[in-house]
Design a protein. Sequence first.
Lengths: 113, 114
Amino acid sequence: AQSVTQPDIHITVSEGASLELRCNYSYGATPYLFWYVQSPGQGLQLLLKYFSGDTLVQGIKGFEAEFKRSQSSFNLRKPSVHWSDAAEYFCAVGAAAGNKLTFGGGTRVLVKP
Amino acid sequence: DGGITQSPKYLFRKEGQNVTLSCEQNLNHDAMYWYRQDPGQGLRLIYYSQIVNDFQKGDIAEGYSVSREKKESFPLTVTSAQKNPTAFYLCASTQGALWRTEAFFGQGTRLTVV
């Protein structure tokens, strides 16, 4: 069965600084990988997804993620955070078997002025 | 605007009562889903439906029930059998398989047992 680990529960970053959120997955086949963002009290919105091709994926809101098969990782990055990036971020892996989408526990990002 | 509407936003339930959470979508998506969100646990799938009048249990279906009588609607009932119902509930839909397609989410319902 697939699983997703987001090692950092909380991250605090200053506005204008760079941000990197870690995601490690476990899946036997080639995975579909997703990053979603959730603003407080809201639903989730897709930032980006990866299945094949270029391992550096561009998403919305200036985010990008890099797939590293050797490390089973799919880390999310943003070069310069804005106060509006304060939210919870979820990494997810999709598996064809059982039509499943498994989420990590999430990383909550706090942006300091 | 197309999207998913969940209601109510906040819901309070007395122990022993059943409550129904509403989810309506106007995206014309075939598949709909219910997730439960607890702090630090990510999202866990309760039930899903890929077509009208058909639905399947997810990972944590015990104490919940659903119906899918219309393509647009997928209500979730939290029954008195659910031992710990206090949580944030999210409804989602996809046009295509969940494992490889963008899921669109509603704004959620926060259920509290009092």
